[in-house]
Ligand binder design. Structure first.
Ligand SMILES: C[S@@+](CC[C@H](N)C(=O)[O-])C[C@H]1O[C@@H](n2cnc3c(N)ncnc32)[C@H](O)[C@@H]1O
Length: 226
């Protein structure tokens, strides 16, 4: 296992792995491998857009210490389980609005002490912002037409000033009618005009078609996000 640019993420051949926080347990049928007495879980880039991003271009802006994560659109917890491996002592708040997805997410959180699922709509961050406090990482994967406004509203209420934002933009959820490049360009402009610097814009193909990851930090100049 070779360490990667993201602390806690390891690579063997073409595959990424994290150290299993709950040895012996799989979350989504992933492979478990033991090396030098340590059990790792393979991290499937076709199932997790964050793994796809880390294979394409790991964001170097990750805060040195991640204590709080706000994750919007956690579904059954596939990606969230790897964040749980990465930061055992963090509080990882998982927002999910579908009751069908929430049930397995809750079951996962019973086995992993750093996951805090919330059955809530990410369009209404005022319902959970007080529980979350300030997040070092805001991660969003909600496949909604209003993905960028949802991200901005959550950043405004919950992202720490030195925090990192990762928006997994599902291009065709915004509109079917415009070229993909124009949709990504508009999302980027929207983020920039709200006071973010877009550090990278990474297409996630071939792992996730019609998705782009936008990695953002606050711009140094504006004092507040609009
Ligand atoms: C593509 S799936 C997420 C997959 C997950 N991020 C992973 O990698 O394991 C999108 C999820 O976002 C949820 N979602 C969509 N709109 C939402 C909203 N407004 N608030 C909270 N969750 C939402 C959906 O119910 C769905 O479970």
């Amino acid at each position: 296992m070779e360490p990667t640019a993201w602390p806690g993420v390891y690579r063997e051949g073409r595959d990424l792995h994290t150290i299993n926080l709950t040895p012996g347990e799989r979350v989504y049928g992933e492979r478990l491998v033991t090396r030098d007495g340590v059990e790792y879980r393979s991290w499937d880039p076709f199932r997790s857009k964050l793994a796809a991003l880390l294979l394409r271009a790991p964001p170097p802006e990750l805060p040195a210490r991640v204590e709080t994560v706000l994750y919007l659109g956690a579904a059954h917890g596939t990606t969230a389980s790897h964040l749980s491996d990465l930061w055992p002592d963090a509080a990882i708040f998982l927002v999910e609005k579908s009751p069908e997805s929430f049930a397995p997410l809750l079951a996962l959180a019973h086995r992993r002490r750093n996951l805090y699922p919330m059955l809530a709509d990410a369009q209404l961050p005022e319902r959970y912002a007080a529980d979350v406090g300030l997040a070092d990482l805001l991660y969003q994967d909600v496949a909604q037409r209003t993905q960028v406004p949802i991200f901005l509203e959550n950043a405004r209420t919950s992202l720490a000033p030195a925090g990192l934002g990762i928006l997994m933009l599902k291009i065709r959820s915004v509109t079917q009618r415009r070229p993909a490049a124009a949709i990504v360009r508009d999302a980027r402009r929207e983020l920039e005009s709200a006071g973010f610097e877009v550090r990278s814009e990474i297409p996630l193909a071939p792992f996730s078609k019609e998705h782009a990851a936008l990695v953002v930090v606050r711009s140094p100049s504006p004092s507040t996000l609009r």
